[in-house]
Each structure stands twice: as C-alpha cells, then as structure tokens.
Design a protein around this ligand. Structure first.
Ligand SMILES: C[S@@+](CC[C@H](N)C(=O)[O-])C[C@H]1O[C@@H](n2cnc3c(N)ncnc32)[C@H](O)[C@@H]1O
Length: 214
C-alpha cells in the first residue's frame, strides 16, 4: 500500500469520529471568510441541494489525505461542496474543476468561490457535464459525483477511463437515493478492478471507490 493510500485508509477509519461534532461548531482550521460563505450558501439553499456539513468535512479530509492533484466535481450547484474539496486540495497544491449545468447556479458558485478566496484553486465550468468533461484535460485523480442520480452510471463510464490507478471516485446520496442508481452501485461494487466502501458521514451516504488498475 502506498503512503497516500495508507493515509486515505486511515482517513476513512477516523472520519466518523472526526465528523461527529455538531454542525456549526467553531473550527479553527477554516478561515472566517470561508466559514461565512459556507454558512451563507446553506442559509440560501431552499432546495437543499448542498451536501451536509459532515459530508463536506469528509470530502475535505479525502481530498487532503489522497493528495489529489486534479479533481473533478460533477454537479457543483452553488459551490458548497467545491469549497470543502478546495480546502482539502490546497494542503498539497491540488486543483478542482466543478461543472454545473444551471447557468445561474454556476454564476453564484463562481461568486461564492471568489468570496471564499478559492478562485486560484477552483474553476467553475457552466454547462452540461456530459459535453464538458471530454473537453477537459485529465487525468482526474479525485472525482466527486453529485449530479442527478439517474445519470451516475453514465458519468462513471465517462470518467473511469480518465482516472489513473490509485484515483478515487466519491458519489453522494448512495444510501438515501440508492434505488435511483442501481446500475451505478452494481458497477462500483462488482468490478474486481475497484475497491469500494460505503460510508455515512451523514444520512445520505457516500461511496468511496479506489481504482486499482489503469
Ligand atoms: C445535488 S446538486 C449539487 C450540490 C453540490 N455538489 C453541493 O454539495 O454544493 C446537483 C446539481 O447538479 C446539477 N446537474 C445535474 N445534471 C448535470 C449535468 N448533466 N451537468 C452538470 N450539472 C448537472 C444540477 O443543476 C444541480 O445544481
């Protein structure tokens, strides 16, 4: 096991404990300006699109512990999860591209990321990820899938060949919306070239898939 994989595995084991703190606790590892933007996004999220704070913290730990260099998010909404991922990526100089198909949401995501001071780390692409991903430079060593659930398998088929061995793919809502993504869950759990764990930082659940073979 590589050092990065060992750290990632340790992150998985301790994550439930680290994430047990109540939402909204003071966190000295998050600059006040960033914490303020995260709170504002949550306060103005009537459709509750953003991941929970616990899931955000988990994404941050995963992005940092895997030392991801080129990350991709599919379904950026207003930038909440992108900010958490960026906080992890900045530990080792990684970069994130987040794709959002709703133009107004994509504009607000870019503004939120700018206000958080994370524009040097995050690029927001406004457009349909099925059309935009083939235009992006890969490979992607960290992928977070959080678009409409019925599309997960098609996105998985699109990005897996663009991931290196050792890359990690995370997907949101794999517990509370699992009936909408049976084909995706079958793919990540049955492929012998992949290692998958399902974790529950919060009730929605996240899959964490490690790519063994190129
Ligand atoms: C659950 S929300 C994402 C929440 C975000 N990850 C967060 O935690 O802040 C799903 C988003 O995916 C976007 N979306 C759906 N299909 C898409 C596609 N094909 N390409 C890009 N974005 C898409 C939707 O417009 C919506 O804003």
């Amino acid at each position: 096991m590589t050092p990065a994989a060992r750290v990632a595995a340790a992150g998985l084991l301790v994550a439930p404990l680290l994430l047990a703190a109540p939402e909204g606790r003071a966190d000295s590892t998050i600059p006040p300006a960033v914490a303020g933007v995260l709170r504002q996004i949550k306060a103005a999220d009537p459709d509750q699109l953003a991941v929970s704070e616990e899931d955000g913290r988990f994404l941050r730990v995963m992005a940092a512990s895997t030392r991801a260099a080129r990350a991709l998010e599919i379904g950026g909404a207003e930038g909440y999860s992108a900010i958490w991922i960026a906080l992890g990526l900045r530990e080792h100089g990684g970069r994130l591209t987040t794709i959002e198909s709703d133009p107004a949401r994509a504009r607000r995501a870019a503004a939120n990321i700018r206000r958080a001071g994370l524009s040097p780390i995050v690029t927001v692409v406004s457009g349909d990820a099925f059309a935009e991903i083939p235009k992006l430079r890969g490979p992607f060593d960290f992928v977070f899938l959080d678009a409409w659930k019925r599309d997960y398998k098609r996105f998985f088929d699109l990005v897996l060949p663009r991931m290196p061995a050792g890359g990690v793919l995370l997907a949101h809502n794999v517990v509370n919306k699992r009936e909408e993504m049976g084909d995706f869950l079958d793919a990540i759990e049955r492929d012998p070239a992949l290692l998958t764990a399902i974790v529950r930082p919060a009730h929605e659940g996240m899959s964490v898939t490690y790519k063994l073979a190129p």
